[in-house]
Design a protein around this ligand. Sequence first.
Ligand code: ZN
Length: 482
Amino acid sequence: MNLSQKILLLCLALATPLCQAQPDITVDASPAIPATPDPAIAHALETIQPSRIQETIDTLIRFGTRSTLSSMEMDLPPGKGINAAADWIAAQFDEISKQCGGCLEVHRDTFIADPASGGPWAGRIPRPTRITSIYAILRGTDPVQARRMYLVTGHYDSRNSNILDARGAAPGANDDASGVAVSLECARALTQLRFPATLVFAAVAGEEQGLLGSAHLAHLAREQNWNLEAVLNNDIVGGDTTPGDTLQLKNRVRVFSEGIPEAATPQQIRRIRALGKESDSPSRELARAIADTARTYFASPKSRPFSAFLVFRPDRYLRGGDHSSFNHEGFAAVRLTEWRENYNHQHQNVVMPVAGSGAPALGDLAQFVDFSYVARVARLNAATLATLASSPGPPAHLRILARKLENGTTLHWQPPAGAGPPVHYELLWRETFAPDWQFMRVIRPQAPSAPVDVTVPISKDNVIFGVRSVDAEGHRSLVAVP
Ligand SMILES: [Zn+2]
């Protein structure tokens, strides 16, 4: 059977886009199929369990309030308020580090937010307020590749109906103890392994007050020249479970990503417009990489399949999140959020209904969180971080050579910095109106460190091309687009 017969069979079997595409788009193509799971990563994912996620969320609730403003209330009972929560989270990272022989560097990013400095959020901070974000670094093992960093974050501050209430109960079980649990579980699971690139596990404060902690951390990352390739922000990943709600879906998580980067210069925006790259920002390639990882690790019909549902917009209507702080500083960053939110269980004072009244319970309580769902989101985060940190990193200086009018396409790129052999590449492409990569071709370089030139008889006018690097074990990098 020749290749085109194989493709025909595949497309009949899977109803892939190959069936519908023009033949000259599918020359020597295979469908963009998932990678093979890495057994070591799969084993680490299995250690992420709902019971410990429940412990984390219950513990965070017991601080009473994690309002960022409570950091300045000096007469709270011991063990209450956001400062106590910060200490507990830092202690968790310290404990995880102890288990791996001190593999984590645990940091606090503390600063005073001052309303006198103005800004749109000044009204949410009545007085100078201490904000502390905690982050733990698992440094990469390869001296060159350790420069690449991948960060997972959630916000540990909470709020109730009154954004200025520094003392009233604000359990914040789903928003966003669930996201903090994801960061902690990723740290626990992934410190069992070692990666050539660097991972960062974060819990930030000041989100509800206006993304203050993440803005400070993203700025610090920029100032310190972090080569931060990806930020996964988990905010409201509890899989709200309300009796009688039939519309919640537990087999997916939404992944929001910006199209045109917020930090793009006018010149970059002109180029994006000219080349039709509105849906190929680094954040969007990150979103596609998460969806790809889900297909690799969680698509098996033997277990319950779990997928990333890509939403091509920065965030939900009327809402914001910490990924935007990283987008603002020019980093690829996305938001993961449950399928269907219940607004009775967010940003609300806790009100339990009178029995028989039929009124809904209000408040962000643990009883509405599905800990198994949070575990599945955590596993998807951990699988994505592990894959990207194991990968050789994206190819460098990828270009389409377009010196004259022609119907074929020639691409040129350099190997990723510091990648050891044997690295190969996957040339990917898709129709311009397709949301995700459809076709691929494996490219083996002449020599491990040699630049690559590839010419294909497919018109660059009709498709979007991308290239990713792959190591011998099949770990895929983020996709670079020319
Ligand atoms: Zn939130």
